[in-house]
Structure formats: structure tokens, C-alpha cells
Design a protein around this ligand. Structure first.
Ligand SMILES: Nc1ncnc2c1ncn2[C@@H]1O[C@H](COP(=O)(O)OP(=O)(O)OP(=O)(O)O)[C@@H](O)[C@H]1O
Ligand SMILES: [Mg+2]
Length: 284
């Protein structure tokens, strides 16, 4: 992956459902090697954003690129680069965990031998051995979640997208997933998660985006929040509550925070407009 081509690029993205504006004018870039956490109250637009990123929903307006590939115009190329963990784990009830992983490996074009090796690696990593040969309909939520994680990482994609990934996981699995996200970022891969767990965002994210009523109202690192005096002596929870509350009371109030529009959405070193040929070669 070209470290200068954003792994994720949203440009003026809007999504409506009838008269509901779920996501409004979202512009944001995330680089290779970054862990980005998307925070926001219920109904803020996190899942809608993630579904557009992974190609399950089309934006009503604007463009989304994954390593330079437009997700609407080049859905296959983009999808190959993404491992997506949805908010509700989806499995085929009448398959065992192993059969499910084998099925995914085939969809990903792996040879039977490659599939077997990768499934064995993931089974060890996520400690699936005890239940891998049971039907997935017998799994608890956390067991399902671990199988889903294993399945999306089978082909080792450069971008992991996870919607509320920690829900239902026990403490050991939470630790495992955190370590895995950090390890992937250290290898130059990108992690984009949504979460309600402010402590998680604080602990692992390089940058945090706060979305409220479909609008990105803050984006930056914790260090940037501190530098700009935005958080003063508040922790992230207090900051988040104040920010979303301020937005509730008055959409025009800007005296207690810097709106996302005036903050950089990406590292300034990113060349703004790369020719399409460079975009394409970046994903090869
Ligand atoms: N399929 C749909 N049809 C109609 N409205 C929808 C649909 N999906 C989402 N919405 C609306 O879009 C808005 C954003 O919803 P979204 O699911 O993206 O929020 P969220 O930030 O993921 O919330 P949560 O934290 O509860 O998961 C909400 O007002 C929701 O009602
Ligand atoms: Mg959601």
C-alpha cells in the first residue's frame, strides 16, 4: 500500500433515508497505519457511514474511496481490501464454524491448502478450537463475533472496518482484539471502528471522529484536543457529552469547541489530488 494514498477517503458524503438525513457532508481521510474511532450517540450515523464504506449502501451524494478505488464504481476492487465486522454478526446457522470459515476462504479465492492453513492460524488466534466443529446456531454472541473476526481476517486485508466490535466479547477477547488492532496498525494496515466505549477510543485510537446527527462535529487526536485546550481538564467522556449536548442545544454554538470543518481531516502531507493511475497502482 502506498503510505501517501489515504486508505479511506470520504468526500462530501451525504446519505438520506426519505426525509431523514443520516449522514450529512462527511469529509474525512484515514491513512494506512492509522486506528480511527468513530464515536457518536445512538442514531448519529455511524452504521450508515460504515455500510457506505464497505459498499452495502450507496451514498446519496459524494464519493468514498478505499485505497483510491471508488467504492461505487469499483466495488470489487474496494471490497477485496476490506474486512468488515458488522454490528450484528451474520452466520449460516446450519454450518459449523469450520465450514463457514472454509466457505469464506473459497469466496476469497484461496486454495484448499491455503484455506486450511489460514483457518488453523485464525482458530488458534481467536481460540476457536473448542467450538469450531459445532453448528454456529449453538454459539453465544461472543463466539459468533470471534468467528466473524476470524473470517474477515482470513485474507489479511489492509483495512479492517468494525461496527461496535467489542459488544458481547469477554475481557480476554476484548484484549485480543485490541492487541490485534494495534499489531495491524503497526504493520501499516488501517483500522476503522465505531464505538460507544469512550475508554476504548481513548486507549487505542490514533484519531477520533465525533459524529452527531449525521455531521462530523470533531475530528482529531486526543493530543490535539488537549493542545487546543478543547478538553481542558475534562476526560473524553465529559468532552463527548459536552460536545454532543452543545450541538443539541444550538447547532450554531462554536465557542466551546472547534468544529470539524475547521480542523484538518487528514495529515497535511497527503497529496490532495493523485492521478487515477497512482490510485490504481496503490491498491495493486
Ligand atoms: N434503513 C433505514 N431506513 C430508514 N432510516 C434509517 C435506516 N438506517 C438508518 N436510518 C436512520 O439513519 C440515522 C442514523 O442511523 P445509524 O444506524 O447510522 O446510527 P448509529 O450512529 O449507527 O446509531 P447506534 O449507535 O444506535 O448504532 C437514524 O436516524 C436512523 O433512524
Ligand atoms: Mg450503529
Amino acid at each position: 500500500m502506498n503510505p501517501f494514498v489515504p486508505m479511506i477517503e470520504f468526500q462530501h458524503v451525504r446519505r438520506t433515508f426519505g426525509r431523514t438525513v443520516a449522514v450529512d457532508d462527511l469529509s474525512l481521510s484515514v491513512l494506512p497505519g492509522e486506528i480511527f474511532a468513530f464515536l457518536g450517540p445512538n442514531g448519529a450515523g455511524k452504521t450508515t457511514t460504515i455500510k457506505m464504506l464497505v459498499g452495502l449502501l450507496h451514498p446519496s451524494q459524494g464519493t468514498i474511496r478505499v485505497a483510491g478505488w471508488d467504492v461505487v464504481e469499483h466495488p470489487r476492487e474496494a471490497a477485496q481490501l476490506i474486512g468488515y465486522v458488522p454490528d450484528e454478526p451474520f452466520l449460516y446457522d446450519k454450518l459449523t464454524g469450520r465450514e463457514f470459515l472454509d466457505f469464506i476462504a473459497r469466496v476469497r479465492g484461496m486454495s484448499p491448502r491455503q484455506a486450511q492453513e489460514r483457518i488453523a492460524q485464525q482458530a488458534e488466534l481467536f481460540q476457536l478450537e473448542d467450538f469450531l466443529d459445532q453448528l454456529t446456531e449453538t454459539y453465544s454472541h461472543g463466539m459468533k463475533q470471534r468467528i466473524v473476526f476470524a473470517s474477515v481476517l482470513l485474507h489479511d486485508p489492509p483495512l479492517l472496518v468494525a461496527d461496535e466490535p467489542m459488544i458481547g466479547l469477554d475481557p480476554r477477547s476484548v484484549r485480543l482484539v485490541k492487541d490485534l488492532m494495534r499489531a495491524r496498525a503497526a504493520e501499516g494496515k488501517t483500522v476503522f471502528i465505531s464505538t460507544h466505549t469512550l475508554a476504548l477510543a481513548e486507549e487505542i485510537a490514533d484519531r477520533i471522529g465525533i459524529i452527531h446527527r449525521g455531521r462530523l462535529i470533531f475530528v482529531g487526536s486526543l493530543a490535539q484536543m488537549h493542545q487546543q485546550g478543547l478538553m481542558q481538564d475534562k476526560n473524553l467522556e465529559e468532552f463527548f457529552l459536552e460536545l454532543t449536548n452543545t450541538q443539541l442545544q444550538s447547532q450554531s454554538s462554536t465557542d466551546t469547541f472547534t468544529p470539524a470543518d475547521s480542523l484538518p481531516t487528514s495529515t497535511p502531507a497527503i497529496p490532495e489530488a493523485l492521478p487515477p493511475s497512482q490510485h490504481r497502482s496503490a491498491s495493486a
